[in-house]
Design a protein around this ligand. Sequence first.
Ligand code: PAJ
Length: 276
Amino acid sequence: MRSASAAASRENKRIGIVPTMGYLHEGHLSLIEIAKLHCDIVVMTLFVNPTQFSPSEDFSVYPRSFADDSALAAHAGVNILFAPEAKEMYPADFDIYVCSEKFGTILEGSFRPAHFKGVLTIVAKLFHIVNPQIAVFGQKDYQQAFLIKKMTRDLDFDVEIVVVPIVREHDGLAMSSRNVYLSPTERTQARALSHSLKIAEKLIAEGERSATKIIATMKEHIIREQDARIDYIAITEPETLAPIEQLLPDTMALVVLAVHIGTTRLIDNILIHIKH
Ligand code: PAJ
């Protein structure tokens, strides 16, 4: 990977990286489309990163389909698929990590304490190996993209981070490799996540400005589903992730949530412009 990247740099080619854990869906493919607009060589990385899963999470059962993924990636225009082995990325004496002191411990981080340490470490490693000029991430994992932008700024990585909108199924469910875990009845119940974000959007459009009231209405909507269990629903400033109490005119709000449907944990979010 290093020599391919060095060869591309010698030819003055711009390298774009699209990090993934595979089991590709249209959300991942949209990142490739955007990457192609920004660079000459698209490197997709495919690595189910063990350090971002806690022992109680789904690392061992995380869906994997290398043959389908490599065909999809090639068809979408990926030039290099980098799919290392865990033991290459994490030798036995691996000891140095990248972690966020503050922003990695709120929202997702308060429910998945070591998660972002694993994410930032693997992304830093992939950036060093691939040496890209740009890197493309999805808004689906808003806090992840936020932290990666912060990492590039705080640790002086010379990489431009591009964030791509969420790709959804026809009924609104955000595409995710984890959706495959849902049984048919859970799949129906999972619509409550994106529906509740739409409810927030509608309440705001109708003039509601109290975050507490918006969150309460969203909660009511979600807990109607018998297999739903909410980890958090929050309304925050998109630039700081600080909670907002009262929505102010001409600002942006991030409405973000994590909900278990049965044993599957799903996340979703929406950015809303507060008009007046
Ligand atoms: P993974 O969940 O495979 O997601 C890879 C990239 O695809 C992420 O940037 C994610 O935000 C984006 N993505 C996922 N679903 C999407 C959707 N419905 N619409 C748009 N983009 C979507 O996120 C990871 O892997 C890992 O944490 C990783 C960054 C690769 C580090 O291991």
